[in-house]
Design a protein around this ligand. Structure first.
Ligand code: MF3
Ligand code: CO
Ligand code: CO
Length: 288
């Protein structure tokens, strides 16, 4: 069920939607086809930044909790249920649940899945990698991050991809400074990834985040100059979330309308943080 004869992932069975107690405050988009258009600023006040940090801390702690549960034999549905309960127990709402109709509280993207994998009855196997993407909504603000985690013992080629994708996010972070254009971030990421001949995914990007899950501000992970010339300002809050592949950056979408896989079915990894821009660089808002 989880993989076909060629070892490629296929859709599993998605469990019924999990409940959210009525005292948990939901984002405005839940139960609607799409979020309201965000008309506010990507530059946040110090008070707003602390609210994003509080949400981000819950999401990051949920990932740390899941890290100890990820092993061969567990399903992504099980991980979703653990994360769902963890986020609710901390008084927050799991932002992906009901976002544009997305049915689960995390994204779980295995091997050739670039992003937006839906938790289901797929069983993790030794040698897989799985990206866990969690966003928490607390007190009116979202904090969004993801990590790729190795399942058991993975090949050296795949381990290197994971570690270099982590470093690619770091290179993107180090490129952040007020006065630069946002396209500087992707230039740093792509230059690093090029050394290893990795594909750099272009059509899924970082984004402004705060009162809105996706504000409209776009942060590419490839060299997009002279486009995406928005000036980085102190107090801006956005994600950086590079997706690198062992093959090309082309993708296909499954018929579920969410799961994005590499067209060549090459293995792919991703890391994400939400950051606030400071006078000298960045402040990570998604730490446990
Ligand atoms: N958390 C993802 C991001 O990094 C967005 C997931 S949207 C979903 O932007 F609907 F797919 F869950
Ligand atoms: Co994001
Ligand atoms: Co995310």
């Amino acid at each position: 069920m989880p993989k076909d004869n060629a070892g490629r992932l296929v859709q599993g069975k998605v469990s019924p939607r999990l409940a959210v107690p009525s005292h948990i405050v939901r984002p405005e988009y839940v139960g609607k086809p799409a979020p309201a258009k965000f008309t506010g600023s990507d530059v946040k006040t110090p008070e707003q930044i602390e609210k994003i940090r509080a949400a981000g801390k819950i999401a990051a702690s949920a990932i740390e909790m899941l890290r100890n549960e990820i092993r061969p034999g567990v399903t992504t549905d099980f991980l979703d249920r653990l994360a769902h309960d963890f986020v609710l127990d901390h008084g927050a709402y799991p932002s992906t649940l009901g976002y544009r109709g997305y049915p689960k509280s995390i994204c779980s993207s295995i091997n050739e899945v670039i992003c937006h994998g839906i938790p289901d009855d797929t069983v993790l196997e030794n040698g897989d990698i799985v990206n866990i993407d969690i966003t928490a909504y607390l007190d009116g603000f979202h904090g969004d991050l993801n990590h790729t985690i190795e399942v058991g013992e993975v090949s050296e080629e795949v381990h290197n991809l994971v570690e270099r994708t982590r470093e690619a996010l770091n290179r993107g972070l180090l490129a952040v400074a007020p006065g630069r254009q946002v396209n500087t971030i992707g230039l740093a990421i792509e230059n690093y990834a090029k050394r290893f001949n990795y594909g750099v995914v272009r059509d899924f990007t970082g984004h402004g985040v705060g009162e809105a899950f996706h504000s409209g501000l776009i942060i590419p992970h490839y060299d997009s100059a002279p486009n995406y010339a928005t000036e980085i300002e102190v107090g801006m809050v956005f994600t950086i979330e590079p997706m690198l592949t062992l093959g090309s950056y082309q993708w296909d979408m499954w018929s579920d309308g969410w799961t994005v896989v590499t067209k060549d079915r090459s293995i792919t990894a991703q890391f994400e943080h939400t950051i606030a821009v400071t006078e000298t660089g960045y402040d990570i808002l998604t730490l446990p």
